[in-house]
Design a binder for this molecule. Sequence first.
Ligand code: AMP
Ligand code: ZN
Length: 113
Amino acid sequence: MDCIFCKIANKEIPSSIVYEDDDVIAFNDLNPEAPVHVLVIPKKHIVNLSDAKPEDQQLLGKLMLTIQKIAAEQGVAESGYRVVTNCGEQGGQTVMHMHFHLLGGREMLWPAG
Ligand code: AMP
Ligand code: ZN
């Protein structure tokens, strides 16, 4: 499949991986918006949150708990962090493989813009 994040998950293109298990992979964003900017994705190709199915419920929960773990590993669990998933055109999604941005290491402004 011609999907850049599937290729990252399959190690067909390089990335700076910070976490991996059978279902989830996480890597540093190429253009970081914060000192910590990790993208957490399911290895399974799901387009975005709107594309997730009832059978993905366990995977979605695992993604959230994996983000919690990575936040601790990245040293932002106590200082705080933001988790964002952009969904569809007006949501600002540019890569059509569901991903969660884990942002931290600085004061995050709200709304984002
Ligand atoms: P979104 O706008 O939510 O779809 O975010 C896509 C994110 O993927 C952006 O923050 C990009 O900087 C990031 N990105 C795109 N290509 C790569 C790549 N090859 N490795 C790491 N991050 C990437
Ligand atoms: Zn994909």
